[in-house]
Design a protein around this ligand. Structure first.
Ligand code: GLN
Length: 253
């Protein structure tokens, strides 16, 4: 937060001019660094008209919360599995990246209240007639996003000796390419993201199970950062109550 740097710089100054300067700094809007993996439509992705701009459901929602709570955001683009380490090391102040609230992650970060339900789905190539549900994946190859809840699910299937192999990749588009090429038989990924891919790229994959696991997303902050967590929860409640949340929902879903 820039505000802290300002306060440290003026501490110890006694004369009134510096006191006024210090007050001015206190009034400055705090800037929080938000980590995200921006290849995850419709939650966070590059605007096709301006690839430097990140848009999406999460982006609009956190911007609305920031406006409500009076802070500003600076985005930091990271791989999904680098987000929690970056939060823990202080490189970023929060994670806004379609991150599922899990018990395991709760041990290393603090999550906001859930802001949307988004479970896991199973998808295959559009012409695959063999896999009709999770019961048909014996001996098959899964492709998932590294560090994701989909990867955890695939790891479970592998540990149980049900599936043959798990391929871990960074982005959803690469995952689908492995399905298209036949290198992998099925993918496990968040339902709204797989659905959105299918709308944008029809005729490539199909969902054969849309409810493997029901989950919710939350914003994550460093363990014990109650100041920021309270703002996120208060802002979320406010934008849900005033209709902004529903507007954003209508825009992306
Ligand atoms: N929701 C999934 C998870 O938290 C995937 C999120 C993502 O790739 N952005 O693991």
């Amino acid at each position: 937060m820039t505000i802290i740097i300002g306060l440290v710089a003026v501490s110890g100054c006694a004369d009134s001019t510096d006191e006024a300067a210090a007050e001015e700094l206190v009034d400055k809007v705090p800037v929080y660094i938000v980590g995200t993996e921006p290849y995850f439509p419709p939650f966070e992705y590059a605007d096709e008209n301006n690839s430097n701009e990140i848009i999406g459901f999460d982006v609009d929602l956190i911007n609305a919360i920031a406006e409500d709570q009076g802070f500003e955001i600076e985005w930091k683009d990271l791989e999904f599995d680098a987000l929690i380490p970056a939060l823990q090391s202080g490189q970023i102040d929060m994670i806004v990246s379609g991150m599922t609230i899990t018990e395991e992650r709760e041990e290393s970060v603090d999550f906001s209240e859930p802001y949307i339900n988004a479970g896991l789905s199973l998808a295959v190539a559009v012409d695959n007639e063999e896999i009709k549900s999770l019961d048909d994946v014996q001996g098959k190859v899964a492709v998932v996003q590294q560090g994701s809840t989909g990867a955890l699910k695939a790891d479970e299937l592998k540990a149980e000796g049900i599936i043959e192999e798990v391929i871990y990749l960074a982005h959803v588009s690469d995952i689908v390419m492995n399905i298209q090429s036949g290198r992998a038989d099925f993918m496990i990924n968040d339902l709204p993201v797989t659905k959105s891919y299918m709308v944008q790229n029809p005729g490539v994959i199909k969902i054969v199970d849309d409810d493997i696991q029901s989950d919710s997303y939350g914003f994550a902050v460093k363990n014990g950062n109650t100041e920021l967590l309270d703002m996120l929860n208060a802002g979320l409640a406010n934008v849900q109550a005033d209709g902004t949340y529903d507007e954003i929902m209508g825009k992306y879903f």
